[in-house]
Design a protein around this ligand. Structure first.
Ligand code: CU
Length: 271
């Protein structure tokens, strides 16, 4: 019994250990660690909301407890017949309105940060397909890299790889770089999202959605398709490998060779 309890506690605290792989972990309670300024802002807003919720719920609970004890039948046999109190009515109208103002300000600030049009150093096009992702890079030197990214089947997993998370071709992106992400789909609606980046956008056929991210920490980040897109919806994961600028440049060189035969056919099919 104690052994089981100790192992559960260890698993629980292991999520706080420093790790370069960011994704869901067993017994996870909180959000995944933020890896972009947008997600940091979302996290702050989330914590701020939680504090507000606890303060309001605690206040209401105390009021209910006070009323139950102070005005119970034995302590207060003859109840007051009061029906109006102007001061209290003004307070219980004004205070919730002020609370809403206190919520809307950081909410709009987060939205503004997430939706702003940044000066992008790199453009990543994401195309949703039944049931895999295609990626195209528009690089600063006017060249392109394009490839498809499929889930690794259970039977092909290597030791240490986690089920339903891994893909054959990861998205490699440089850290501390503004990346514009253009998202669309070729067949049905998908949704490209990575929790640690605070990014989740629908991929809609015939429409291009835009978002941006600036990854601040190198590491492996996991995401999924977030829109029910058919029978294999749960089998089109996203893996982003955030690396230094030098490592990214090296990867681009090798990717141009590795995907050279693939790129023209993918690009042609898309015309
Ligand atoms: Cu999908």
């Amino acid at each position: 019994m104690y052994k089981k309890l100790t192992s559960l506690i260890l698993i629980f605290f292991s999520q706080f250990a420093l790790s370069s792989t960011v994704g869901p972990v067993p017994w996870q309670l909180d959000l995944q660690p933020a890896a972009t300024p947008v997600m940091e802002k979302f996290e702050q807003f989330h914590n701020y909301l939680l504090i507000m919720c606890f303060v309001i719920a605690g206040f209401v609970l105390l009021l209910i407890a006070y009323v139950c004890i102070r005005f119970r039948r034995s302590a207060n046999p003859v109840p007051s017949k009061t029906t109006h109190n102007v001061l209290i009515e003004i307070i219980w109208t004004a205070v919730p309105a002020l609370i809403l103002v206190a919520l809307i300000v950081p909410s709009i600030q987060s939205l503004k940060l997430a939706e702003q049009n940044v000066q992008a150093d790199l453009t990543l096009k994401v195309i949703g397909n039944q049931w895999y992702w295609s990626y195209e890079y528009d690089l600063p030197d006017q060249t392109k890299v394009a490839f498809d990214s499929y889930i690794i089947k259970d039977s092909d997993l290597k030791p240490g790889q986690s089920r339903l998370h891994e893909v054959d071709n990861q998205v490699v992106l440089p850290v501390d770089t503004n990346v514009r992400v253009l998202i669309t789909a070729r067949d049905v609606i998908h949704s490209w999202g990575v929790p640690a980046f605070g990014v989740k956008k629908d991929a809609i056929p015939g429409r291009t959605n835009e978002t941006w991210m600036r990854i601040t920490k190198p590491g492996i980040y996991f995401g999924h398709c977030y829109e029910l897109c058919g029978v294999n919806h749960g089998f089109m994961p996203i893996v982003v490998n955030a690396v230094s600028r030098e490592e990214f440049d090296e990867w681009v060189k090798s990717a141009k060779v590795k995907f050279a035969s693939l790129a023209p056919s993918i690009l042609l099919a898309r015309k």
